[in-house]
Ligand binder design. Sequence first.
Ligand code: IMP
Ligand code: MG
Length: 181
Amino acid sequence: MAIATGQALEILYTREQIARRVEELGSEISRDFRGESLVLVGVLKGAATFLADLARALTINATFDFVAVSSYGRGQRSSGAVKLIKDLDQPIEGKNVLLVEDILDSGLTLSYLRKLLLQQKPRSLRIATFLDKPSHRIEPLDADYVGFSVPNVFVVGYGMDYAEQYRNLPEIRILPPDHPE
Ligand code: IMP
Ligand code: MG
């Protein structure tokens, strides 16, 4: 059986483009939070790669935490319902929190998480997403830091998956709509 490596998929952003943009975001965030510290809250599993790179692009102190949600759906479209399956390990009350996501699509996941985290009364809560698909929004939501705004295509790599595949691709590639399950 042939194993799909993703090497044949069209590249949207190369490793170099990704690295450059992450550095820029790191500088911007470090400037905005100068003299303060930050709790980076990654949304598992997709945001793990971006979080790891972004954290190393920061020149301020940062700690890591992770949440996980399930969105009832494995294919190219989620069903809409979001459920928390892993909560924060540490309280965030009074802290500066940066919610870190791989891609902001319908906005359902981040709106849900934003409300949930705000209940814990952080000092501040901002959102960083590496990709933004603004044309797909169901819940109105803007991220504070966006790597790239992308057209309405399904992307994989740099942490992002299709049915758990392709997360480890170092580039961001486009999965065609007729891609087999
Ligand atoms: P939202 O709740 O629709 O904003 O979707 C957020 C989640 O859907 C992201 O964390 C991704 O896991 C997934 N997602 C949305 N678009 C894509 C895509 O193009 N490729 C891979 N995952 C995606
Ligand atoms: Mg995801």
